[in-house]
Write a protein that binds this ligand. Structure first.
Ligand code: HEM
Length: 453
């Protein structure tokens, strides 16, 4: 078994010496990027059939090894020997704008930073968030009204952005600072799609870097004020949290955590809800089962205690995430030489892990392409066949810290939405899904809404 080495793995270049691993890196620089963007599942399935669960792979300028299947996810997530680095796995991608964020920290450093964020997701904090969330979602949903043609994706994206501004940062949607923050967040996220990574005026990267600095400065300017106040927003929880030595976390730590928070929370939940709506708009029977569930909670707004009364809502969004995970690719880099799936993987090798393929493997899921919430219920309980056959929220030390928040948001949305409307996919809606920059229906999901109350 490999042991943690004392060298600083952060100084090393990526290892590309992988000739003993089956597969190819694909064409220079672009690797397998184009086929993957066109058809993520098909490309990974072909790779799996041709080369098996461990294969050489190139993507967006990176060369490494593709890992397929729950056993390999488990080995990486639960590794106790410090064989894998999330920081180095993501440095070339997310690291452009999110250096120092929780997902880009390893081991002890990661544990230390995670502590700062944890208090913001405990029960007391969540109870405060839910009181804000229900009315804000309700108001937006009410304003949609009867409509024969509405694009769901931009509407839910805007609403979730408003809710995030209020709950995470304590800013009302009509506050000018909230507009600026939302724009900056969007520009930074767009920067990820830029090809040029030098700060040249006019490029996406230039704009993203400028906005990254603006956001950090904006958060920094609020730290002292929030520390003195009695706000119930996530930011206030972060600034008031102390280390084991009784010190506040540094301003840099707080800025990095805040910058990443919106990115980690917003697009992921928007994507999950859009895919869920795509299926509910076609499967009216499941839609009615979910509606019966929310109707049984006879309240205008959900309270924290009501969340457990919505098991169907929870499995419905997990089923949508199983078919269309919001995080389409997870990355790590080996720190030590280790063995994965019978192959020797040298130190400093990038690992690519795609939940979508693992979550559709026929070995673990019956009729895997079908949206079918009953697979999560007795007697089938297909998710119990392997603890890592569903990895929509990741696993191990880096498992999504906002999972319960995301589920709470989805339940609030369904509670507000399904009591008011019956939804159908518009006749002209297309089945095409995009995976980059974020997984969603390519045509922004046109739907027909009919008011039922
Ligand atoms: C449906 C919505 C969401 C999905 C599908 C999702 C998915 C994920 C996944 C797969 C990871 C692990 C990535 C990896 O191991 O490489 C992750 C990590 C993370 N997520 Fe989420 N997420 C969602 C919502 C949220 C929300 C609402 C928040 C915050 C409020 C959040 C904050 C984070 C953070 C901070 C991490 C890094 C955790 C760490 O490194 O310890 N996520 N998420």
């Amino acid at each position: 078994m490999a042991t943690a080495l004392t060298h600083d793995y952060r100084e090393h270049k990526d290892n590309h010496d992988l000739k003993h691993i089956p597969g190819t890196f694909g064409p220079p620089i672009i690797g397998h990027t184009f086929p993957l963007v066109r058809d993520l599942y098909g490309t990974i399935e072909k790779q799996y059939r041709t080369f098996g669960p461990v294969s050489r792979f190139g993507l967006a300028g990176f060369k490494g090894v593709l890992l397929i299947g729950p056993d390999l996810f488990q080995q990486v997530y639960l590794d106790k020997d410090k064989n894998f680095s999330a920081e180095m796995g993501y440095r070339g991608s997310l690291g452009r704008y999110y250096r120092g964020a929780l997902l880009l920290r390893d081991h002890e450093e990661h544990k230390f930073q995670r502590r700062m964020m944890q208090s913001a997701f405990k029960n007391d904090a969540m109870k405060g968030y839910i009181d804000t969330m229900g009315p804000m979602i309700g108001e937006a949903v009410e304003s949609w009204g009867d409509t024969p043609n509405m694009k769901f994706f931009p509407a839910i994206k805007q609403n979730l952005l408003d809710v995030a501004g209020k709950i995470f940062v304590g800013l009302d949607p009509d506050n000018a600072e909230a507009d600026k923050m939302n724009q900056a967040f969007t520009d930074v996220a767009n920067g990820m799609m830029g090809i040029i990574t030098a700060e040249i005026p006019g490029t996406k990267h230039y704009k993203a870097k400028k906005q990254e600095r603006y956001l950090k400065g904006f958060y920094r300017s609020l730290i002292e004020e929030r520390r003195k106040g009695d706000g119930k927003d996530t930011f206030t929880y972060f600034v008031k949290e102390k280390t084991e030595d009784g010190e506040y976390f540094s301003d840099e730590d707080i800025e990095s955590a805040m910058s990443f928070l919106l990115f980690a929370a917003h697009d992921t939940t928007t994507s999950a809800l859009s895919h869920l709506m795509y299926y509910l708009g076609q499967d009216l029977e499941t839609q009615q089962r979910l509606r019966d569930e929310v109707m049984a909670i006879d309240k205008e707004f959900l309270e924290y205690e009501d969340l457990d009364k919505m098991p169907l809502a929870e499995i419905a969004v997990k089923e949508a995430l199983r078919l269309h995970p919001s995080v389409m690719m997870m990355q790590r880099r080996t720190i030590n030489e280790c063995e994965l799936g019978g192959y020797r993987i040298p130190a400093d090798t990038i690992l690519f892990m795609t939940p979508m393929h693992t979550q559709r493997m026929a070995e673990y899921w019956d009729n895997p392409e079908k949206f079918d919430i009953d697979r999560w219920l007795e007697p089938r309980m297909e998710h119990k066949r392997h603890s890592f056959s569903f990895v929509g929220f990741g696993g191990g030390a880096h498992k999504c810290i906002g999972m319960h928040f995301a589920l709470m948001q989805v339940k609030n949305f369904l509670h507000q939405f399904l009591r008011r409307y019956e939804v159908k996919l518009a006749d002209h809606a297309k089945p095409d899904m995009q995976t980059v920059p974020l997984p969603k229906p390519s045509d922004d999901l046109p739907i027909v809404l009919r008011k039922i109350a």
